[in-house]
Design a binder for this molecule. Structure first.
Ligand code: NAP
Length: 226
C-alpha cells in the first residue's frame, strides 16, 4: 500500500517556487488541513529553508542528541538525503516544536560517516534504493513501518516532479500568490516528462488576494506483469 500523497506548494502567478516571499502562515495552515502523518521534504529544500529563514546554524546542545519527547499526533518530517548533505544541520529541523521528529531516507551508497552522525543522534533512518532513494519503496516502507496514510510534500521542483512522474501523487495543492517573478522564475513543473490527467477539485479565494487550488491526479493502473 502507498499512502495518499499531496504536493503542496506556494507559487507566483507565473508558476515560480522561489524568488518571492511566500505567506508562510497561510502555507502551513493549509498544509495542516490535510492532516498529514508526515511531511516529505527534499534535502535542497531544507538547506534553502535554513539559508532563507534561519539565523545561522546554532551549535549542537546535548538535547540535540536525543529524540524529542513530543505529542505522537504531530507530523514527522521525512527527509530524502542519500548524499548526507544535511550532516551538521538536522538539529535545526529537529528543534521545531511542531515536528514530532526527523526521519531520514538514505540509500545503499550513503556515506558511512553520515550514518554514524545519524546513529549518534538517535535519528531513525531507512536505506531504500541503490544510489538515490527509491521513492515508491520509500512510500511503501512509511506506510508499513509508521502506518502513514497521508503525506504532504511541501518540497521543491526536483522531488515534487519525480513523485509526479513516477505516478505517486494523488493531489496537487497550490497557494497562488499575487506576484510575477519573471526572469528569475524557478518553474514548478519544468522537469515533468509525463502529462498526468488532473481535475480541479477546489478553487478558493483567501485573504482577498490569494487563490488556493486543489487538483486530483488520475493515477495510472499498474498492469500486472506476465
Ligand atoms: N514555494 C514553495 O512552496 C517551496 C517549497 C519547498 C521548496 N521551495 C524551493 O525549492 C527549492 C529547493 O528545491 P529543489 O527543487 O532544488 O529540490 P528538492 O525538491 O528539495 O529536491 C531535492 C531532493 O530530490 C532528491 N532526488 C534527486 N534525484 C532523485 C532521484 N533520482 N531519486 C530520488 N530522489 C531524488 C534528492 O535526494 P538526495 O539528497 O538523496 O540526492 C533531494 O532530497 C528552493 O529554492 C526552495 O526555496 C519552494
Amino acid at each position: 500500500m502507498i499512502p495518499k500523497v499531496i504536493i503542496h506548494n506556494s507559487i507566483s502567478i507565473d508558476g515560480s517556487l522561489s524568488s518571492f516571499e511566500p505567506n508562510m502562515e497561510l502555507h502551513y495552515r493549509i498544509a495542516g488541513m490535510f492532516k498529514p502523518d508526515i511531511h516529505l521534504i527534499g534535502s535542497n529544500t531544507i538547506t534553502a529553508g535554513i539559508k532563507l529563514y534561519g539565523t545561522g546554524i546554532p551549535p549542537e546542545a546535548p538535547s540535540d542528541f536525543q529524540k524529542p519527547k513530543r505529542g505522537k499526533t504531530l507530523p514527522a518530517w521525512v527527509v530524502v538525503d542519500s548524499k548526507g548533505k544535511l550532516e551538521g544541520l538536522l538539529h535545526a529541523c529537529r528543534r521545531f516544536e511542531q515536528v514530532r521528529d526527523v526521519i531520514v531516507l538514505v540509500s545503499r551508497t550513503t556515506p558511512k560517516r553520515y550514518l554514524c552522525y545519524l546513529d549518534e543522534r538517535q535519528y531513525e533512518y531507512h536505506s531504500v534504493g541503490k544510489n538515490s532513494v527509491d521513492l515508491r519503496k520509500a512510500l511503501e516502507l512509511l506506510a508499513k513501518k509508521y502506518q502513514v496514510k497521508t503525506i504532504v510534500t511541501d518540497t521543491g521542483r526536483i522531488l515534487g516532479n519525480l513523485l509526479l512522474d513516477q505516478g505517486l501523487v494523488d493531489e496537487i495543492s497550490l497557494l497562488v500568490h499575487p506576484i510575477i517573478v519573471g526572469k528569475k522564475s524557478y518553474g514548478m513543473w519544468s522537469d515533468i516528462n509525463k502529462n498526468p490527467e488532473i481535475t480541479l477539485m477546489k478553487c478558493e479565494r483567501l485573504q482577498g488576494q490569494y487563490v488556493w487550488l486543489v487538483y486530483s491526479v488520475k493515477k495510472k493502473e499498474k498492469r500486472p506483469l506476465h
